[in-house]
Design a protein around this ligand. Structure first.
Ligand code: CA2
Length: 153
């Protein structure tokens, strides 16, 4: 039998500028910091029997590298690609390499915002998307992935 850590890992990727959460634009993104979000993800993962790894980068290539790195190690991916959501063919192509469920999360409701945010390059290759539920969106995505992984174990 594979060790638990090999079997039950979920990665959360936060894209560019999300390291600034809680420091600017609270009216759009809320008061919660990225550290707070990650702490709640780790706690929820523990409760559900999953190890949650978190990663933030402001660099498109670093995000692509990270996606490639977890191809064989993780059971699910939650990704908020930040502004790369709307532009990155490279992140979309990297996600296509994965055969694990991917959930796209946005803190704000991208469909209520400027028209350039209405299109996601990632949505067509993700299993689903949560948009506009603030930091709760990450926790809901994690609960969904944990449930889904359990049903295929
Ligand atoms: O709503 C989301 O989660 C977004 O992915 C956030 C991105 C934005 O470009 C997407 O359209 C929607 C921007 C993240 C910027 O985060 C900041 C946080 C605090 C202060 C300034 C920016």
């Amino acid at each position: 039998m594979e060790p638990l850590s090999e079997l039950r890992k979920i990665l959360v990727i936060h894209g560019p500028n999300l390291n600034m959460l809680g420091k600017r634009e609270p009216e759009v993104y809320g008061n919660v910091s990225l550290d707070d979000i990650n702490a709640e993800l780790h706690e929820t993962g523990n409760r559900l029997g999953f190890r949650v790894d978190t990663f933030q980068s402001n660099h498109e290539g670093a995000i692509v590298d990270k996606i490639q790195e977890i191809m064989h190690s993780h059971r699910g991916l939650i990704i908020n690609p930040g502004a790369y959501t709307h532009t990155s063919v490279a992140i979309r192509d990297a996600l296509l390499l994965l055969n694990i469920p991917v959930v796209e999360v946005h803190l704000s409701n991208i469909y209520k915002r400027e028209p350039f945010r209405h299109h996601s390059m990632v949505a067509g290759v993700a299993l689903g998307q949560i948009s506009g539920l603030g930091s709760d969106g990450y926790i809901l995505a994690l609960e969904f992935l944990a449930r889904r992984c359990q049903s295929v174990d």
